[in-house]
Design a binder for this molecule. Structure first.
Ligand SMILES: Cc1ncc(C[n+]2csc(CCOP(=O)(O)OP(=O)(O)O)c2C)c(N)n1
Length: 571
């Protein structure tokens, strides 16, 4: 929503400075360390003011990379990500990244330059109404018309981005506002808006949980956003209620925790999906009933009542009738929830047994590299500092299914939007945020090409990101759907004329090597993780390999296809 700059009365008087200088000093004051961006005519005063500042500016090679890197920086740290671009094409190149952050509730401040206010609306060179264009995909936006408003608007932008349900915001700065001089600086007073916990709703939830015989915790990305991981783990432990996770919440509960059944939904585990369908009470924690998680909505968890915890009241009852709603801070809500001893042992035991019996298998026949096994081994070799930044496709689902995550911040994926091209810039942002972690981008040959230019950014800043490029010479996930649901009509998914990715990476100045046989996997992982700088492992996999299990479109989650028996035990 566009809004006028806040009209606050008390201005602090300082020595006159340009709007651009005020912007930079405000970002410094807010503790911003890294800004991802790309310059151009309409934002040149800001770039001029960056010189000598305390901000580290990362010059990406495409503005989409700036937005994705800022998004991943935010996801990995819990801080606000910042990106900037010039007007017109620079601003429009941010759009996919803004939408991505919106869909996954990631706090991000996007700063765009614009043409001077005097020529706005005249189709001036590189003019775009970026506020209008981004209206449906931002939490809020501002156009600043007076340089004195810049500090207040920027502070408010950060506050809006990270408060309540986080999301991206946009601040548009016309060029005359960047160069305009002002000695005034309007302050922004952050309101205290933490809502009180609704104790009556908590008590109602506890009563409902005590009555249930088959309760289930359905955990979404809100748990990570609220910093409620520890509270969630404690709740699962003290109640013994089994847990299923959405794609965005993976790592909220450790993969090896008793009672954790895995991811639910289209590529979820059999144990998770069957538990959902059989449960009589879903305790939904910061999740939004996304269709990839629910399958056919009116057959999702058909026997279950719903308790929904969320900070965003708009999510309550949006897609599924809610019996008890606890609106507000998720961490406080989860910590307060204490239903006492529960008589659910037979149910919990059945769920745990199902998870063990249907555990994924890695003893695939043949000599070729088996991607699920490689990813499983990679995550264990990297240990608790492992962070995966995924692209979109089969490889993304294999990461979700087969990697172990110690924390939810360790799994960076374009969950809601599903944007190919996320992986490489996201890995860049995450590695800059967490230099001591093993940050690995897992990409497919289609996705990788969408932002391959960011290899140059890795090289320039010596960012020791590791890349696992799973090459099946095709747009694998689309190819799989064509095989299963379009009578094997493989239309426009062949990428067999891919470039030599090892040579490409080397041309960018990046260490690269190939893994084409199974016996090369262990040594390849060790080499990748030990490389001192950025490094790419180009992994050749079987183009016919599919992701299993799979809930077909329009089906409910109990109607999973299991495909190849190599995926699960006890088929
Ligand atoms: C920007 C964008 N365009 C198109 C798609 C549709 N899409 C989803 S998965 C996929 C194939 C991805 O291929 P690849 O990156 O090689 O990964 P694989 O499935 O082979 O592991 C496509 C085209 C998308 N998600 N994002």
């Amino acid at each position: 929503m566009a809004a006028a700059a806040p009209a606050l009365k008390d201005a602090t008087q300082t020595a006159p400075r340009s709007g651009a200088r005020l912007l930079v000093s405000t970002l410094e004051r807010l503790g911003v360390e890294v800004v991802f961006g790309y310059p151009g005519g309409a934002i040149m005063p800001v770039y001029d003011a960056l010189t000598g500042s305390g901000l580290k500016h990362i010059l990406v090679r495409h503005e989409q990379g700036a937005a994705f890197a800022a998004d991943a920086y935010a996801r990995a740290t819990g801080k606000v990500g910042v990106c900037m671009a010039t007007s017109g094409p620079g601003a429009t190149n941010l759009i996919t990244g803004i939408a991505n952050a919106m869909m996954d509730s990631v706090p991000m401040v996007c700063i765009t330059g614009n043409v001077s206010t005097a020529v706005m609306g005249t189709d001036a060179f590189q003019e775009i109404d970026i506020l209008g264009v981004t209206l449906p995909i931002v939490k809020h936006s501002w156009i600043v018309r007076d340089p004195a408003d810049i500090p207040a608007v920027i502070e408010e932008a950060f506050h809006v981005a990270r408060s309540g349900r986080p999301g991206p915001v946009l601040v548009d700065l016309p060029k005359d506002v960047q160069v305009g001089m002002t000695g005034e600086d309007y302050g922004f007073h952050i309101p205290n808006e933490t809502p009180d916990l609704d104790h009556a709703a908590i008590a109602a939830a506890e009563a409902m949980i005590r009555q249930a015989t088959r309760p289930l915790l359905y955990v979404g990305g809100g748990v990570k956003i609220a910093g409620a991981t520890t509270a969630l783990r404690a709740l699962a432990e003290r109640t013994g209620i089994p847990v299923v996770s959405t794609l965005n919440a993976l790592g909220s509960v450790r993969t090896d925790a008793t009672g954790y059944l895995g991811m639910l939904g289209m590529h979820g585990t059999r144990a998770a999906n069957e538990a959902v369908q059989e449960s009589d009470l879903l305790i939904v924690l910061g999740a939004r009933f996304d269709d990839r998680a629910t399958g056919k909505l009116n057959e999702f968890a058909p026997h279950a009542k719903v308790i929904h915890f969320d900070i965003d009241p708009a999510e309550i009852g949006k897609l599924r009738t809610t019996h008890v709603a606890v609106i507000g801070d998720l961490k406080a809500g989860i910590e307060a929830l204490n239903p006492g001893p529960l008589a659910i042992q037979p149910w919990a035991a059945r769920c745990i047994d199902s998870a063990a019996r249907h555990a994924f298998r890695y003893d695939a026949p043949g000599q070729g590299v088996y991607a699920p096994a490689l990813l499983n081994e990679l995550s264990h070799a990297a240990g608790d500092t492992f962070i995966a930044a995924c692209d979109v496709g089969q490889h993304q689902m294999w990461v979700a299914q087969h990697c172990a995550f110690a924390r939810p911040e360790a799994h960076l994926t374009s969950g809601g939007l599903g944007a190919m091209g996320y992986g490489l810039p996201a890995g860049l942002g995450a590695k800059l945020a967490c230099p001591d972690a093993h940050v690995v981008t897992v990409s497919g040959d289609g996705s990788f090409m969408m932002n391959i230019q960011e290899l140059a950014t890795l090289r320039r800043y010596g960012v020791a990101l590791k890349i696992v490029l799973l090459d099946n010479s095709s747009l694998g996930l689309v190819r799989q759907w064509q095989e299963l649901f379009f009578e094997e009509n493989y239309s426009e998914v062949d990428l067999s004329d891919n470039p030599d990715f090892v040579a490409v990476a080397q041309a960018f100045g990046i260490e690269a090597f190939r893994i084409s046989r199974r016996e090369e996997v262990t040594a390849g992982i060790a080499r990748l993780l030990a490389a001192p700088g950025p490094c790419l492992a180009h992994v050749l996999i079987d183009p016919k390999e599919n992701v299993w299990p799979l809930v077909p479109p329009g089906k409910n989650n109990a109607e999973m296809m299991h495909g190849d028996t190599r995926f699960e035990g006890d088929m």
